[in-house]
Design a protein around this ligand. Sequence first.
Ligand code: ZN
Length: 460
Amino acid sequence: MQISFHGAAGDVTGSCHLITCAGRRILIDCGMFQGGRELDAQNEDDFGFDPAAIDVLLLTHAHLDHCGRIPLLVKRGFQGEIVSTAATRDLARVVMLDAAHLQEEETRRNRRHGREDAEPLYDTMDALDSLDRFGRVATYTKPIQLFDGVRATFHDAGHILGSAIILLDLTEDGVSRRVLFSGDIGPRERPFLNPPSPPPSADIVVMESTYGDRDHRTLGDSVSEFWEAIADAHDRGGNVIIPTFALERAQELLFYLREGAAAGHIDSRVRVFLDSPMAISATQIYRRHAEAMRPDIGAMLRAGKDPFTLPGLQFTRDAADSMALNRIRGGAVIMAGSGMATGGRVRHHLRHTLSHADCSVIFVGFAAEGTLARIIIDGARSVKLFGDEVPVRARIHTINGFSAHAGRTDLLDWHRRAGSPARTFLVHGEAASAEALAGALKKTGSDVRRPTLHEAVDLA
Ligand code: ZN
């Protein structure tokens, strides 16, 4: 009985953990490494195991850093079954197809620039082949007997739609172990998801540590701040640009806009454009998964009411419609990707908006060092966009309290509720936050380790 770590080990992205038990190989997540050239290149490396030898892949949730290498796994020979919740399966389809499309585009660009041997990491066919590998659907709290000696139970992680914590009950040669994978754990307060389920008790936990060193602001303050920023821009007559992630954050913002309009915090006639094909597809999936929402929101959906709409909402799928938005001189709220403004349609909107003092840009998510979002947030007087130097005269808002991750206090509480497991492996966190969390968890008597990439540890 063994565990090995093939991603998110000493880092945040690329989640991929392998359990070997009773002659079977079980993979938990197969995510993309993200964030800069060096990490991008790491995706092409050997997995550290033979994809063809994996029997089953359990997927915690549909974020790219958890599912993004699945098409590569299939391309390199994986023929096993993928097990996930229904919502995760539907969202992963959109995420993997989008990733394949982006890689094909980049390959075409590279070939045009003389790199004729450029190849995509995987293509649309590989992503489609991956969809064929999805088999049994996991329901929260219902155990699935995968093999003799291997049973998996998914619990609600409250992180994004369909997200799960996975408990593995393992038995080999008379030795039994309960291994709990946290996936990504959500915060307690969510607009339409349930808070994370109390974790089952376990002997061994593999736990995320993204915010192991800090707590977030309360959600209520951030929502009020968001409504104020929208109302302020409306009063000044300009447009609002919101760089946003397509999954979860876009749906959360639609949800808050609807609530704000209903409660009179913002003008109910405000024109809102969701200018992202991927966010539009994701929103349609959200509407189909009442079972994965908080009971009151699920009931709303079942009654035919849409929690993700407001009277002035328009979806712009086509590129031509997106470009037409730049002719609107005021009163529009435009949500577009990418979330950190590193690419996508939002860069066009920023070019047309940043120099106007009556406009606003609202940042609502994490912005990594070096990204355009971060440069603007840090107060740049002008930024370079499509070869032009664009002065920043628009009002810039940064709202920090929206997070899909548990903060430090909640992570510590989660570990305690899992029965303070004897062994803890900390993954999915930068060194500083993982170290800070490790320090606190060691005081509970747990043997805490931060595994390195491809490290294998005996569990028996
Ligand atoms: Zn995630």
